[in-house]
Write a protein of this length. Structure first.
Length: 236
């Protein structure tokens, strides 16, 4: 079953979260496994993870006929819950979730403001933004594969600001490759302009050179741009 703090975090009830923590609730504590599948997934997660990951937010968890999601909807604020946990009760963002995935991978699934808050409070943000998951992907790789939006572009620049490097990627997981394959061309352009992508790419021994990948993309405009502006990659 969920702890009261987990329950409040899953609903974004920040005032209740603050009250529970002030009363001595464990900010890192997990709940207990129950037969209820919906609660079972959440109960294994620390409160910080619950605040970060969308799948745990505003879950329907009725108790004794009351649905707290609707009852307290006007007071829901997950970013405020996150702030309370990190600012006032010193929950370290680098704590690891139950499946050994660094929490930064949960944070990048949240909105830009939440990710920004997360990195501001991290004691070693440069190390955090260069973490690798169990598939060998960095946070930049994850963003490069997502649908290109203003939010993902902002997050990418934020990661670079805090020291995210393409050198943390394996050749076939390089963010430039992944962005190209996902047709995220603006993401790719910004990576080439603001990150260490070109320098790192030049040191890779890849069986599939960048120019070949450009040709496979079947986009004449991108191919022309590659030839005229990205000479370092074409020579690879």
């Amino acid at each position: 079953m969920l702890t009261p703090l987990q329950y409040a975090c899953s609903l974004g009830l920040y005032k209740i979260v603050k009250t529970l923590l002030s009363a001595g609730a464990d900010p890192k504590g997990n709940g207990y496994v129950t037969p209820d599948a919906k609660q079972q997934v959440i109960s294994g997660q620390p409160p910080l993870i619950i605040c970060l990951q969308n799948m745990f937010k505003q879950v329907e968890l009725p108790t004794e006929g009351l649905n707290f999601k609707r009852k307290y909807d006007s007071k829901v604020d997950y970013k405020e819950c996150l702030s309370i946990l990190m600012d006032q009760f010193r929950v370290i963002p680098r704590m690891v979730s139950f499946n050994n995935t660094p929490t930064v991978f949960k944070a990048i699934k949240s909105n830009f403001e939440t990710l920004q808050k997360y990195l501001e409070k991290d004691e070693n943000p440069k190390k955090t933004v260069n973490e690798i998951d169990n598939k060998g992907l960095s946070p930049l790789c994850k963003l490069a594969s997502q649908p290109e939006t203003q939010d993902t572009l902002q997050k990418m620049l934020l990661l670079i600001k805090y020291g995210a490097s393409c050198s943390r990627s394996l050749p076939h997981h390089h963010p430039i490759f992944l962005a190209l394959k996902a047709q995220n061309y603006e993401f790719m352009r910004m990576m080439l302009k603001y990150s260490d992508a070109v320098h790192c790419f030049a040191n890779f021994e890849s069986p599939d050179p960048f120019l070949f990948t450009i040709v496979k993309a079947n986009n004449s405009d991108i191919f022309k741009e590659c030839i005229t502006e990205w000479a370092e990659l074409v020579r690879k």
